[in-house]
Design a protein around this ligand. Structure first.
Ligand code: NAP
Ligand code: MG
Length: 401
C-alpha cells in the first residue's frame, strides 16, 4: 500500500512523561506506517522548554498561526516540586496558557462515547461539548479581606479622564471584597470561536449567564453573544442549527434533561466547574478530547488529561503501564482530518476516520486499558497495557484500510 501523502505540515508539539511515551508509540505504530507524515516538530518537553527559556513554546504557537493546525502532547506545568526534579532555571508558565493567550483561543472539550460505558445521566445519547471562555472574571480578580468595618468602592478612571465611582458596600464589621473584569474583545473572540466551531461540527450552541442578577456584567456577555450571532444567523439557518440563550440555572436543568449533541458555551467559572462534571458523568478524563480554536481559524488538538505522572514513575521502574492512549490518538486524528479538510485530501480524512473507527472497534470488543474496565457494562472485558492496546488498534486499522 502506498503511504498517504500530505501537503502542508502539521505543527507537532511534543510533551512530557507518560504521554510523551505514548506519543512515540502512536506515531510509530499507528501513523508512520500509513501516512507520509509531514510535521514541523517542536519539543515542548520540560527539559527543552528550560533550555530555550521557553522560547520553543512561543515558536510553536507562531508556527500554529502560520500553518493553521497543530497537535499537542500533554506537558508539565512546573510547580515548586518540578523545579528541583528538573533543575529548572525558572518556574515556566503553563504552555497551554501561553499558546491560548497567543492564539486568543477558546477550548472545546468533548467526550468520546462507547456503548459499553453508559453516561451517569441516562438521557444523554450524544456528546456534550463544553466551550469555556478562558479569560478574566475571577481568574484575574483582586480581593480584599478586612479586619474592621468600612466602605469599599469601585473606581474606573478612563483614558479621557472620566471617572465612574460606585460604592460596593459599607460594612459594620470585617468582610471580604472582590473586583473582576473582562474585555469586550475577548468576549467577542469567544463568540466567534463558538459559532465557527458550531458550523464546523453542525451543532447548536447554548450560552447561559445570570443577567437577571448581574445586569451589566453578565448582561454584556449576553448582548455581545447576541450581536456576534447576527453575523452567523444566515449560515446557522442554512446548516439547520440554532443559537439558544438562557439563564445559567435553567441551562443546568436543561442540560441534565437533554439528549446531548450540542455545544455548551460557558463563562470562565461555569466552564471550569461544568467541564469536570460533564467529563465525569460521561465516563473518564482519559476519553475526553480537547481542541483550541482561535477566531482566525487556527486549530490545536490535544488530550484533555495531563502527563499521567503516576504511571510514568512506574514506567521508569520498567513496568508496563495500562495508560489509555485514546484521547491522544484522537488529538492526532482530529489534526489529520482538519489538515485533510483544509488541503482537500480525502485520503487523509479517510485515514483519520479509520483510525478512530479502529479504536472504537477494539474498545467494543472489550479490549481496554484499566481505567475503562471498571466502567464498562454488559460486555466481557480484558484489561490490556498500552502497548497491547495500540497493537490491537494497528491490527484493526490494517484490516479497515
Ligand atoms: P493527569 O495527568 O491527567 O492524571 C491524573 C490521574 O488521572 C492519573 O494519575 C490517572 O489516574 C488518571 N489518568 C489521566 N489520564 C489517564 C490516561 N490517559 N489513562 C489512564 N489514566 C489516566 O493529571 P495530574 O496528575 O494532575 O497532572 C500531571 C501533570 O500533567 C502535571 O505536571 C500537570 O501540570 C500536567 N497537566 C498537563 C495538562 C496539559 O498539558 N493539557 C493538563 C493537565 C495537567 P490513576 O493514577 O489513578 O491511574
Ligand atoms: Mg477545573
Amino acid at each position: 500500500m502506498d503511504k498517504i501523502q500530505m501537503k502542508t505540515p502539521l505543527v507537532e508539539m511534543d510533551g512530557d512523561e507518560m504521554t510523551r511515551v505514548l506519543w512515540k508509540m502512536i506515531k510509530e505504530e499507528l501513523i508512520l506506517p500509513f501516512v507520509d507524515l509531514k510535521t514541523e516538530y517542536y519539543d515542548l518537553g520540560l527539559p527543552h522548554r528550560d533550555e530555550t527559556n521557553d522560547q520553543v513554546t512561543v515558536d510553536s504557537a507562531l508556527a500554529a498561526k502560520k500553518y493553521g493546525v497543530a497537535v499537542k502532547c500533554a506537558t508539565i506545568t512546573p510547580n515548586v516540586q518540578r523545579m528541583s526534579e528538573y533543575h529548572l532555571h525558572e518556574m515556566w508558565k503553563s504552555p497551554n496558557a501561553t499558546i491560548r493567550a497567543m492564539l486568543d483561543g477558546t477550548v472545546f472539550r468533548a467526550p468520546i462515547l462507547i456503548d459499553a460505558i453508559k453516561p451517569v445521566v441516562r438521557f444523554w445519547k450524544k456528546p456534550i461539548t463544553i466551550a469555556r471562555h478562558a479569560y478574566g472574571d475571577i481568574y484575574k480578580n483582586v480581593e480584599i479581606r478586612t479586619n474592621e468595618g468600612g466602605t469599599c468602592e469601585l473606581i474606573f478612571t478612563g483614558k479621557s479622564g472620566q471617572k465612574i465611582q460606585q460604592t460596593v458596600q459599607t460594612l459594620e464589621g470585617p468582610g471580604v471584597f472582590q473586583g473582576m473584569h473582562n474585555k469586550e474583545s475577548s468576549i467577542r473572540s469567544f463568540a466567534h470561536a463558538c459559532f465557527q466551531y458550531a458550523l464546523d461540527t453542525r451543532q447548536d450552541v447554548w450560552f447561559a449567564a445570570k443577567d437577571t442578577i448581574s445586569k451589566v456584567y453578565d448582561g454584556a456577555f449576553k448582548e455581545i453573544m447576541a450581536e456576534v450571532f447576527e453575523e452567523y444567523r444566515a449560515r446557522f439557518e442554512a446548516a439547520g442549527i440554532a443559537y439558544f440563550y438562557t439563564l445559567i440555572d435553567d441551562a443546568v436543568a436543561r442540560v441534565i434533561r437533554s439528549q446531548g449533541g450540542f455545544i455548551w458555551a460557558c463563562k470562565n467559572y461555569d466552564g471550569d466547574v461544568m467541564s469536570d462534571m460533564v467529563s465525569t458523568a460521561f465516563g473518564s478524563l482519559a476519553m475526553m478530547t480537547s481542541v483550541l480554536v482561535s477566531p482566525e481559524g487556527v486549530y490545536e488538538y490535544e488530550a484533555a488529561h495531563g502527563t499521567v505522572t503516576r504511571h510514568y514513575y512506574r514506567y521508569l521502574k520498567g513496568e508496563e503501564t495500562s495508560t489509555n492512549p485514546i484521547a491522544t490518538i484522537f488529538a492526532w486524528t482530529g489534526a489529520l482530518k482538519k489538515r485533510g479538510e483544509l488541503d482537500d485530501l480525502s485520503q487523509l480524512i479517510h485515514f483519520g476516520k479509520s483510525l478512530e473507527e479502529a479504536c472504537m472497534a477494539v474498545l467494543n470488543k472489550g479490549m481496554m486499558t484499566k481505567d475503562l474496565v471498571n466502567l464498562a457494562e454488559g460486555i466481557e472485558t480484558t484489561a490490556v497495557n498500552s502497548k497491547e492496546f495500540i497493537q490491537a488498534v494497528r491490527d484493526e486499522l490494517t484490516a479497515i484500510l
